[in-house]
Design a protein around this ligand. Sequence first.
Ligand SMILES: NC(=O)c1ccc[n+]([C@@H]2O[C@H](COP(=O)([O-])OP(=O)(O)OC[C@H]3O[C@@H](n4cnc5c(N)ncnc54)[C@H](OP(=O)(O)O)[C@@H]3O)[C@@H](O)[C@H]2O)c1
Length: 182
Amino acid sequence: MTQNNPKNIVFIAKSIDGFIAGKNGELDWLNAIPNPDNDDMGFYGLMDEIDAIVMGKTTFETVVGFGGDWPYSKHVFVLSRSLKEIPANLKDKATLLYGAEDEILEKIHSKGYFALYIDGGSVVQNFLKADLIDELRISTIPIVLGDGVPLFAAMPKSLKFTHTKTEVFLDEIVQSHYKSVK
Ligand SMILES: NC(=O)c1ccc[n+]([C@@H]2O[C@H](COP(=O)([O-])OP(=O)(O)OC[C@H]3O[C@@H](n4cnc5c(N)ncnc54)[C@H](OP(=O)(O)O)[C@@H]3O)[C@@H](O)[C@H]2O)c1
């Protein structure tokens, strides 16, 4: 990716009613549809497109809690004011940052990363509020969760997007891509 083409992409799964996790952070419903051939539903394609990942502390701690091999091939910027340091075994894979979203982007761009995967709950909401999201890739899982962590929150203004494609995975999961219209 080039300096002339900074880009912030959200790639996230939600329930029909718009939650990205249960109210206690439950994620089991994300993998409830049988996936015998381990379809990655565009995840590895996204990894090839991006230079780095930006995620909130909760998401980072959730991924760390999964244990096993670190799942990301690209550098991760973890946003947190409360986390004091990245665990020793991940220090070459992740960097801690905090601040306003535009300042965070400036810091990341200055390190040579321009195409970014923005992940998390409040992190995605805050980047949207600042109108800093260029693409939304949203997979809808066929469940009405009822309660949980919402993907979207109230915004100071509407943002226009245009639909670029929709694919159905495993006959059940509808993934739609939208590009920001500035
Ligand atoms: N369905 C999916 O595809 C999907 C994807 C990702 C995550 N999830 C799940 O969704 C839930 C997300 O929860 P969440 O909204 O709490 O998560 P989050 O966005 O991952 O993390 C929120 C935390 O990030 C930090 N933060 C956010 N913006 C910051 C900034 N500008 N500067 C410094 N720190 C900043 C704050 O940490 P401090 O309080 O430390 O400052 C904040 O509490 C989790 O359960 C996660 O596992 C689901």
